[in-house]
Design a protein around this ligand. Structure first.
Ligand code: PLP
Length: 436
């Protein structure tokens, strides 16, 4: 049904997340429908989706196959409990996910979001050590600028100060972030300098004692902080140090999972396999809330083999393995496979990088970073005002981009065409050129 702009909703009641509510409601930007690569705004304009919604609609919008699977599942089994009961499609989906996961990460715990996946993975790490007689391993190491959602575990391990500053936190310490514009500005792909920053982990292990540390959690490519690909060799080094000290390594693949880098997961792209992997977003193409934690079989077995009959892991959600979300997920995986979307970001990465780095000459652009189909563009800082102005002007000019402070981020659906990449970048050029 067409949207009637004269019947705009009353905006008062909805307390919007991660939004300046009063500013937004004074000048709202409403999206009313979507198809393929485009949203439609409430004034009828088409808006090219440069962000896959919120890093999640990897196969593009309005996929009929997913809608049909959801409809069918709703009429077959709309909901069933997952505590001490099972339903077939959750097992089928876990198996299908294990088939595309990095080798060995074949045990899957379902959640409903990235934040829940992160808190679940942190709990699994503690439970794993405890099951092996090392119950004192309860601290976490994250990284500055890391984003791991908004649960208390995620904000504690995370490194974004606004998410942390007013809340009580779990015991966690942080590696330095890897952004080094001085040495790596305008790197195409992985920055060359900075692998040694992984050695921070040795220092933190010496400081805290390995016997107190449960896990290190990092995003393979930090997304929300403005797209920070890791320096060449950095993740390998983290893996080696974790192994040397019996600390679990968690990759938070909520953004990088499901094809963003040209492989199903970043672990495969980098050839570095974590012990636990957190996912969400692209798992259902964003159409229904869902997340999943992938565990190495030994991690799972250490916890689950603890007892024949007792519940081994006191954790779960009413909607863990929700049948309708599983149906959406299975249909999504089918599309990713059938349309080659797990590798498409790799095929487009060169064109994407060339187009993006064409913006380098703009005086306000101070750095450009890219990997797969992700991009971060730093504008000369103006307290976040410039980034926000760019996001609003881009929307008015017909493209959806994101801003974090004065950094712009893009991550288009993996079905994007080269012509649409050109449209995104040429529009962005005009937008940035017109900024104060
Ligand atoms: N982890 C990472 C790396 C993310 O980028 C996000 C969200 O952007 C999350 C966790 C949190 O996911 P959610 O918003 O689904 O809770």
């Amino acid at each position: 049904m067409a949207y009637d702009r004269d019947n705009r909703p009353d905006l008062a009641n909805y307390w919007m997340p991660f939004t300046a509510n009063r500013q937004f409601k004074a000048a709202p930007r409403l999206l009313v429908s979507a198809s393929g690569m485009h949203y439609r705004a409430d004034d009828g304009r088409e808006v090219l989706d440069g962000t896959s919604g919120l890093w999640c609609v990897n196969a593009g919008h309005g996929r009929a196959e997913i809608a049909a699977a959801v409809q069918n599942q709703l009429m077959t089994l709309d909901y069933a409990p997952s505590f001490q009961m099972g339903h077939p499609i959750a097992f089928d989906f876990a198996k299908a996910l294990a088939e595309v996961a990095p080798d060995g990460l074949d045990r899957v715990f379902f959640t409903n979001s990235g934040s829940e996946s992160v808190d679940t993975a942190l709990k699994i790490a503690v439970a794993y050590h405890r099951a092996r007689g090392q119950g004192q391993r309860t601290k976490f190491i994250g990284r500055e600028k890391g984003y791991h959602g908004v649960g208390f575990g995620g904000i504690s391990a995370g490194g974004l100060v606004n998410n942390r500053r007013i809340y009580p936190l779990l015991p966690a310490d942080h590696l330095r972030h890897t952004l080094d514009v001085g040495r790596n500005a305008f790197s195409k792909g992985l920055p060359q300098h900075g692998a040694e920053l992984a050695d921070d982990l040795e220092g933190l292990i010496a400081l805290h004692g390995a016997e107190t540390l449960a896990a290190v959690i990092v995003e393979p490519v930090a997304g929300s902080a403005g797209v920070l690909p890791p320096p060449v060799g950095y993740l390998e080094r983290l893996r080696a140090i974790c192994d040397a000290h019996g600390v679990l390594l968690i990759f938070d693949e909520v953004i990088t999972g499901f094809g963003r880098l040209g492989q199903p997961f970043a672990g495969q792209y980098f050839g570095v396999t974590p012990d636990l992997m957190t996912t969400a977003k692209g798992i259902t193409n964003g159409v229904l809330p869902m997340g999943a934690v992938f565990a190495r079989r030994e991690v799972h077995d250490a916890v689950v083999n603890g007892s024949e009959t007792a519940m081994e892991f006191f954790h779960g959600y009413t909607y863990s393995g929700h049948p309708v979300a599983c149906a959406a997920g299975l249909a999504t995986l089918d599309i990713y496979r059938r349309e080659g979307l797990f590798t498409r970001a790799g095929e487009l990465a060169g064109a994407w990088a060339d187009a993006l780095h064409g913006l380098k000459d703009l005086p306000l652009v101070t750095d450009i970073r890219n990997l797969g189909l992700m991009a971060g563009i730093d504008l000369a800082p103006k307290g976040g005002e410039r980034g926000y102005a760019a996001m609003v002007a881009a929307f008015e000019a017909g493209i959806l981009i994101r801003c974090t402070g004065d950094t712009l981020a893009m991550s288009p659906p993996l079905i994007v065409s080269e012509a649409q990449i050109d449209q995104l970048i040429s529009t962005l050029r005009k937008v940035i050129s017109a900024l104060d």
